[in-house]
Design a protein around this ligand. Structure first.
Ligand code: KG4
Ligand code: ZN
Length: 470
């Protein structure tokens, strides 16, 4: 188990936007006090005593006298109960999860109608939609778990990456609850949550492991060395695979109410995957990076050349037209996934050179709920004597469980903030991280093809954790 010492300063570094608070706050003292308050009561009612001991603590302790002896397992408590809130994109989600991995409730309100109407996520409308439902979603999650806020041990929320306007809605809600009920607050990295939820599903999954994280906005191959410590082997130089699924579905006139991915997956079952010869992206690049912009263009040109009219819904199209659309969907999917397979194969080789003890490849994020993707990647890992860990589809797409669980994992290591001040003004500057890399780039993995847009990128989660280590 990792020592607490590094993570204590990390908890402090999370407070950088709340300077008066961080100035006076000594996380290690807080944890030591917490630990001593916690232990005697734990056999009676561990959860309740934990929460109440937190709320009675004084956060204005002196910054000197930091403990170097307290191990993080002092905070290991299966009876932790964490509320997770997710609003980084188009789903408003909340869940309550217990430290032993029991999912006590899970609620999602999707913006499918908006997506279908506008053919994509419009940030301002998405923000409004989140604002309209956030209170109800959180209340439903608590009700379904048969709990109230006073039963919680902490509140976790996605602080990035994602759309600022959307992140803000979840963060404000989480901070309000944490302030009102004097609960610790955990700011979660959305992509770390996609990876870590695999550890809730498979309790044998230990670090180090590899992860392929595939969603609407991200295409990441990482070596997960430890909690909060990720080496990025590859990323996309332009679009993510989910974006390519979504646009293909839109151009094929499919029903987008469940998002483009499931619509393409379903239609692809009816088509001939070898009928259209799309070329596999980035064949000449011997790295682990991805590109889906070119494949999108190939698909668009193919659709235009076949005179498919997206304005005519799939269900209203002629049989011949439907068959053409199915062939395009199947051919697109074959090549899109082949690109994943090729880059994964290389990344596994690289990862095994760096960490020969790796046994698992985690595949998570919305696109990982696709059965074809799962089958093909299963073959890749089997060829390399690894095991595939895929969370169930409901935990691959955005959800509150992964945020609550990542909150639990970080909380156990002391990576959390104290309760926000009770009178935090609504318009105060919040710690939102819309462009927030997960890991540091592996030297060999740097793409020559990538035009690096570095402006206003937050330092990676991994570098923040490393910087806070003594
Ligand atoms: O992780 P996620 O729910 O949200 C983001 O963080 O982006 O991923 C959403 C993406 C969308 O592009 C959606 O079309 C895709 O995941 N997706 C799928 C499937 N289910 C969701 N792609 C392919 N096949 C699916 N079954
Ligand atoms: Zn996601």
């Amino acid at each position: 188990m990792a020592s607490l010492v590094p993570t204590v300063s990390c908890a402090i570094s999370r407070l950088n936007l709340f300077t008066e608070l961080s100035h006076n706050y000594c996380a290690s003292r807080f944890l030591r006090t917490l630990s001593s308050k916690l232990r005697p009561k734990i056999s009676m009612n561990p959860h309740k005593s934990f929460k109440s001991s937190i709320s009675s603590l004084n956060f204005n302790s002196s910054t000197s006298n930091c403990s170097k002896t307290l191990g993080s397992n002092h905070l290991f408590n299966d009876n932790l109960i964490v509320l997770g809130i997710e609003t980084s994109c188009d789903d408003t989600a909340a869940a309550v999860v217990r430290g032993d991995g029991e999912i006590l409730s899970q609620v999602i309100s999707s913006q499918a109608e908006l997506l279908a109407r506008y053919g994509g996520v419009a940030p301002k409308m998405a923000e409004e939609a989140h604002s309209q439902v956030i209170d109800q979603v959180v209340q439903d999650a608590l009700d379904k778990a048969n709990l109230t806020e006073t039963d919680l041990s902490a509140v976790a929320v996605t602080i990035g990456p994602g759309l600022s306007l959307c992140l803000r809605v979840g963060v404000q809600k989480a901070r309000k609850i944490a302030a009102t009920y004097q609960l610790p607050y955990v700011g979660v990295h959305h992509m770390e949550a996609h990876a870590l939820v695999a550890r809730l599903c498979d309790r044998d999954l230990q670090f180090p492991f590899m992860a392929l994280l595939i969603s609407g906005g991200h295409n990441l191959l990482v070596l997960a060395r430890d909690l909060g410590h990720y080496l990025q082997l590859g990323t996309t130089i332009d679009d993510a695979i989910g974006e390519a699924y979504d646009k293909t579905a839109k151009w094929l006139g499919l029903d987008l109410r469940r998002s483009g991915g499931p619509a393409i997956e379903e239609l692809a079952l009816l088509g001939d995957a070898n009928s259209i010869k799309f070329s596999v992206p980035m064949k000449q690049h011997k790295d682990c990076n991805f590109s889906y912009a070119g494949l999108k263009t190939q698909v668009k040109l193919s659709i235009e050349s076949k005179h498919i009219d997206a304005a005519i819904q799939f269900s209203s199209a002629s049989i011949e037209d439907q068959n053409l659309r199915a062939d395009i969907a199947a051919s697109f999917q074959r090549v899109a996934v082949l690109h994943l397979e090729e880059k994964c194969e290389r990344a596994i080789q690289w990862a095994l050179e760096i960490e020969p003890s790796i046994k698992h490849l985690v595949v998570s994020g919305g696109v990982a709920s696709n059965q074809y993707v799962r089958v093909r990647l299963h073959e890749v890992v089997a060829r390399n004597s690894l095991q595939l860990v895929c969370p169930p589809p409901s935990l691959c797409t955005d959800n509150g469980v992964m945020i609550a669980w990542t909150g639990i994992e970080n909380f156990r290591l002391g990576r959390f903030d104290p309760p926000p001040p009770a009178l935090e003004p609504e318009d105060c500057q919040l710690d939102l991280r819309p462009r927030w890399p997960l890991g540091e780039e592996y030297g060999r993995g740097r793409s020559v093809a990538r035009s690096m847009r570095t402006a206003r990128i937050h330092p990676s989660l991994t570098s923040l954790n490393q910087a806070s280590q003594p």
